[in-house]
Design a protein around this ligand. Structure first.
Ligand code: MN
Length: 246
């Protein structure tokens, strides 16, 4: 199973979560929300070849943590992936919008300078502006829009720009999410949990609950669950090999 957007460091008992991921042979992209968190979060994955730690600066923290951008730049050569990064257009965050755009554009430009990265991107209520930013920095790497919730028109634009998508049980529990997935190229879809931020019945989602997302994918694609799993596995292999990351 693959959880390509998980906040491993935010689980209270992250050690046992990691052990369970290991036991299940899961492939995990462990995203971080600040550059200062990267070192400690990387330590959780020590010795694992299947848990990758992405270097991030979450849009919700852009104003508060923009002073950490020099640290981001300093750590980037060691990080194969960037995330969680992006923009959030919810009204409560309006005041930080300018900082969000500055931080996101800075990170995309640094990733381009560094030869490109796999990017796990947040785009809540900001799909159009995220795509504008990506369009301006075509060499930033492979953008993976996590929990995409834009319009069908924006989805088509994202596909044309070469974006990938990571989809989770919460997204697929909603009709809108399922409708979007139906229109995503099957060879650019990965699974994610977004745990422990994402919750189902008010309980934080565990990485292995990507299984529920796989079951939904199997329904949407009208293939057996093990075939849906094979598609997602093949996608990840392809992504990492074309990026020289495997
Ligand atoms: Mn997240």
């Amino acid at each position: 199973m693959i959880d390509f957007h998980c906040h491993l460091d935010l689980y209270q008992d992250y050690k046992s979560v990691r052990m369970e991921c290991d036991r299940l042979g899961m492939y995990v992209l462990s995203v971080t929300t600040t550059p200062t968190a990267w070192k400690g979060t990387s330590a959780i994955a020590e010795g694992s070849t299947r848990i990758r730690t992405a270097l991030g600066l979450h849009p919700q923290l852009a104003s508060e943590r923009k002073g950490e951008l020099p640290l981001f730049d300093a750590l980037l050569p060691q990080a194969k992936d960037a995330g969680e990064i992006g923009l959030d257009g919810t009204p409560e965050l309006r005041e930080s919008w300018k900082d969000q755009v500055m931080v996101f554009e800075h990170i995309l430009a640094e990733c381009a300078k560094a030869g490109g990265r796999v990017l796990s991107i947040h785009s809540r209520r900001a799909s159009a502006e995220v795509l504008n930013c990506l369009e301006r920095v075509p060499r930033c790497g492979v953008p993976i829009l996590h929990w995409f919730s834009g319009s069908v028109r924006e989805l088509k634009r994202a596909i044309a720009l070469g974006c990938w998508f990571s989809v989770g049980p919460s997204m697929l529990a909603a009709r809108k999410g399922r409708g979007l997935v139906l229109q995503m190229p099957r060879d650019r879809v990965l699974t994610e949990s977004d745990g422990p931020f994402a919750r189902i019945d008010d309980i934080p989602v565990w990485p292995w609950q990507v299984k529920a997302a796989l079951n939904e994918l199997s329904n949407i694609w009208a293939v057996p669950p093990d075939e849906a799993q094979a598609v997602v596995n093949q996608n990840l292999r392809g992504l990492l090999s074309t990026q020289g990351l495997m």
